[in-house]
Design a protein around this ligand. Structure first.
Ligand code: GAL
Length: 348
């Protein structure tokens, strides 16, 4: 086909007009988007149970970080924190609301960590990133989408550190710990929720650490008290009756349960306590270490975890790559370091 001579002008002109419209459109959209991101971001957070002592410390730290960052960066950060009340159905509804209300990012402390795929698939279709924390989804779930992250502490490290507290107590005073002098440590184990990575792995590695140090152990009893002080106290009261002073060490998957065990001893009016170890280093546990009722704990760094959750969430909500602002990221995981806490290094 023969070209009309005018086409030589019209075509490039039309192309230029289109390109201009497109780029202007883009530029306008980009600047209005980034302006609105500068002014306001919305973070939705849901907790497996708001009344959990350790989780409530993450919440407090998170809220404090939000306040600071709002002031320092001149951004309005809307945070909505909801209580999943131990019910995955309730939590799924909360997630649905966040997604339908156009939150920029959601942070999820799952009720049932094996149910993550449902949340991830919904978030993916809404293109709203997710930061899971404390209750670790299985790895295959995390691989479902590249905008899914996890922040937590290494359960194995926590177990090993707890075991080290027991080893040190034993080595510094063998007769006081091995009360019957049989060369073995008779222990009971208060476990967290069944199926929680921190319960399974802490249980395994705390005892392994002791036996790896060449100290023999004998398990007298174990039971789950679901992280809770009152449940632990009831179980411990039973064990005190059944096992009495045969108990030489009480391993507890967290501090609240360790405090429950201590409550049971004081209710039984027994003041000669065995070695009792917890994990979390919550404020009431630090008090118990100061009182010498709790032998030691492991710092489950709620401030460090809240910071990592916030930094990842903030990057995602403002459209940047979290890798650039969160150097601790290992793939899409942040493992916040822990620390042994005993009377010797109590924070003042
Ligand atoms: C653990 C913590 C427990 C409890 C649990 C909830 O990491 O040690 O105290 O908070 O998480 O998932």
């Amino acid at each position: 086909m023969k070209k009309h001579p005018l086409m030589a002008f019209v075509l490039p002109l039309a192309a230029a007009v289109c390109l201009c419209a497109l780029t202007n459109g883009c530029a306008l959209q980009t600047s209005s988007e980034s302006e609105s991101h500068m002014r306001q971001i919305k973070i939705g957070m849901t907790l497996y149970r708001q009344d959990d002592t350790f989780i409530s410390t993450i919440q407090k730290n998170f809220e404090a970080i939000v306040k600071n960052r709002e002031a320092s960066e001149n951004v309005k950060i809307i945070v909505n924190i909801l209580d999943g009340k131990g019910n995955q159905g309730v939590q799924n509804d909360q997630v649905d609301k966040f997604l339908s209300q156009g939150y920029d990012v959601i942070c999820v402390n799952e009720v049932d960590r094996t149910a993550a795929s449902v949340i991830i698939d919904k978030a993916k279709s809404a293109d709203i990133p997710v930061v899971f924390f404390n209750r670790e989804p299985v790895e295959e779930d995390l691989q479902r989408w590249e905008k899914v992250y996890y922040v937590g502490s290494d359960a194995r490290e926590a177990g090993q550190m707890q075991g080290q507290v027991v080893v040190r107590a034993y080595q510094s005073s063998p007769q006081a710990v091995d009360r019957n002098g049989d060369g073995r440590l008779q222990y009971v184990m208060l476990e967290g929720e069944q199926g929680h990575q921190d319960a399974l792995i802490r249980t395994e590695y705390s005892v392994k650490e002791v036996t790896n140090a060449g100290v023999e152990v004998e398990k007298l009893a174990n039971e789950t008290a679901n992280w809770q002080r009152s449940q632990a106290s009831a179980i411990m009261s039973r064990w005190i009756e059944d096992l009495g002073d045969r108990i030489e060490v009480i391993f507890c998957n967290n501090d609240d349960m360790a405090l429950g065990a201590i409550d049971a001893y004081s209710a039984a009016e027994l003041d000669q306590l065995p070695v009792i170890v917890g994990i979390d280093a919550t404020p009431p546990a630090l008090e118990a270490i100061r009182d010498r009722t709790l032998t030691g704990s492991v710092l489950n760094d709620s401030k460090g975890q809240a910071e990592a959750i916030f930094n990842i969430a903030y990057a995602l909500a403002t459209g940047s790559d979290p890798k650039e602002s969160v150097p601790e990221l290992d793939g899409r995981y942040v493992w916040v370091p822990q620390k042994i806490v005993t009377f010797a290094n109590l924070p003042s």
